[in-house]
Ligand binder design. Structure first.
Ligand SMILES: Cc1ncc(COP(=O)(O)O)c(C=O)c1O
Length: 389
């Protein structure tokens, strides 16, 4: 008989009822060190007192207001996003997928407004932009699209990081290039700063819009507020989600005034997007994460973590091949199936996340303590022992 919850997930046999900082606690009281953080969502840890206060304070005032009216909490969050980024404007969504959908619509509308019929968006193999019909068409992987055709037209996937392929494909018929500065689901695969600058230059030469998907790598995860800042270039449109809500469902599309020019009243909307509860939490998350001292701490912790992980990789050459990523978006390239390591981790009470390209993802809360970093490496070491020889 089919389970009452549609069985679209492969779930581990674990159920958590509480969390404290970097720890998630099961219904039977077992404490797991959480290096998945809801796949880069619980950016400030579980039950963060500042976020609990922001949420409960808002919950005691008003939960939901339609976008038929002004929503001060939404305006405050948009102000913070614009003040801290390249963007001139922000639309709040409930998820990364919804941000992807709007980004695609915005690109199409931009060109329609110019009276130009270009619509092709260049994307990259291994990408993940969500599970809507548009987002799976954008990523185009067999695994995601099989059985869901016919796909939404207008996307062409290029080999990941292949700048020659991009140079050959991009033209003055290209509507946009859409890319994750660091692929998350694709296996913590970073684009070099040089390549991101080249993509920006190719977009400038052809007029194509640059759309960055920072759903997983944004919000302080890499040690900068957004990953593209390392390359010193800015997109025209950016998708944000995950960490921005600290666990409350929230996403955003940020855009320049020019890229967003077509998105006038009536062109897009959402019942819940920009809801006061989500935005009250999001504004608090932004206040905390955008602070330079906070980001400096992320970088310091990332340095410490990476140094310890180098020891771990060296100690288990049959299990690990190397380390990838930036800041606290780290991947251990594995010589074993990453899923086996995740399972060995459960036995050592540590939560990690597998990714494509034989990679194990480590995405701890950004405020993980130094002590918990040491504990995490000790547990990963014991998990690797279980798979050694
Ligand atoms: C880079 C990227 N884009 C988009 C999404 C989709 O976000 P959501 O699951 O919130 O819809 C994800 C989710 O993993 C992601 O990692």
């Amino acid at each position: 008989m089919i389970p009452h919850v549609l069985p679209t997930y492969n779930r581990a046999d674990l159920a958590f009822e509480r969390g404290e900082g970097s720890w998630a606690i099961t219904t039977d009281g077992t404490r797991y060190l959480d290096l998945g953080a809801g796949i880069a969502v619980n950016a400030l840890g579980h039950a963060n007192p500042a976020l609990v206060a922001a949420l409960t304070e808002q919950a005691g005032r008003i939960w939901h207001v339609s976008n038929l009216y002004h929503i001060p909490e939404q305006e405050r969050l948009a102000d913070l996003l614009v003040e801290n980024t390249f963007a001139d404007t922000a639309f709040l969504t409930n998820s990364g997928t919804e941000a992807a959908e709007l980004a695609i619509k915005m690109v199409r509308k931009y060109w329609a407004e110019q009276g130009d019929d270009r619509f092709e968006i260049l994307t990259f193999e291994g990408a993940f932009h969500g599970r809507s019909t548009g987002a799976i068409a954008a990523a185009g992987s067999e695994k995601m699209v099989k059985g869901f055709g016919p796909l939404m037209p207008g996307f062409r996937q290029l080999p990941w990081g292949d700048m020659d392929a991009l140079k050959a494909a991009i033209s003055d018929r290209t509507a946009a290039v859409m890319i994750e500065p660091i692929q998350g689901e694709g296996g913590i695969r970073p684009l070099s700063d040089e390549d991101l600058r080249l993509i920006r230059a190719l977009c400038d030469q052809t007029g194509a819009l640059l759309v960055l998907d920072e759903v997983q790598c944004g919000m302080g995860r890499t040690g900068k507020l957004f990953a593209h800042e390392y390359a010193g270039v800015a997109p025209d449109i950016m998708m944000v989600a995950k960490g921005i809500g600290g666990g409350f469902p929230l996403g955003a599309v940020l855009a320049t005034e020019s890229a967003a020019a077509g998105m006038v009243a009536g062109t897009h909307g959402s019942t819940y997007g920009g809801n006061p509860l989500a935005c009250a939490v999001g504004a608090k998350v932004m206040e905390i994460i955008a602070a330079p001292e906070f980001l400096a701490e992320v970088n310091r912790k990332a340095g410490l973590f990476r140094q310890k992980l180098e020891g771990l990789v060296a100690a288990h050459p049959d299990v690990f091949e190397g380390i990838r990523g930036q800041g606290l978006m780290l991947g251990l390239k594995c010589r074993v199936a990453p899923g086996d390591l995740v399972k060995a981790g459960y036995a050592e009470q540590i939560l990690t996340v597998p990714a494509a390209d034989d990679t194990l993802r480590l995405l701890p809360p950004l405020n993980i303590s130094d002590e918990d970093i040491s504990e995490a490496v000790a547990r990963l070491d014991r998990a690797a022992d279980r798979l050694d020889g």
